[in-house]
Design a binder for this molecule. Structure first.
Ligand code: SF4
Length: 69
């Protein structure tokens, strides 16, 4: 009985930690859409020559668009 309680307590702790990390990752992620280019100020063929545009998921040049679209 005691082992079962410990098991569920540990399970609850691990699930709580996983949920907290997921929310933190969502809150701090770059970009608002599925791709960084969706709200990047350089998302234009003249401003960005990267081959990953418009589907970049990682980009060191990403800068969020300051004006709402
Ligand atoms: S700089 Fe990066 S994120 Fe911005 S449009 Fe170009 S590829 Fe996309």
């Amino acid at each position: 009985m005691n082992e079962i309680v410990c098991h569920w307590i540990l399970t609850a702790i691990v699930l709580g930690a996983a949920l907290a990390l997921s929310f933190a990752a969502l809150k701090n992620r770059k970009g608002k859409g599925a791709y960084l280019c969706d709200d990047c100020r350089f998302n234009d063929s003249e401003k960005c020559l990267k081959t990953v545009r418009p589907y970049a998921v990682e980009c060191t040049s990403y800068r969020p668009n300051l004006k709402p679209n």
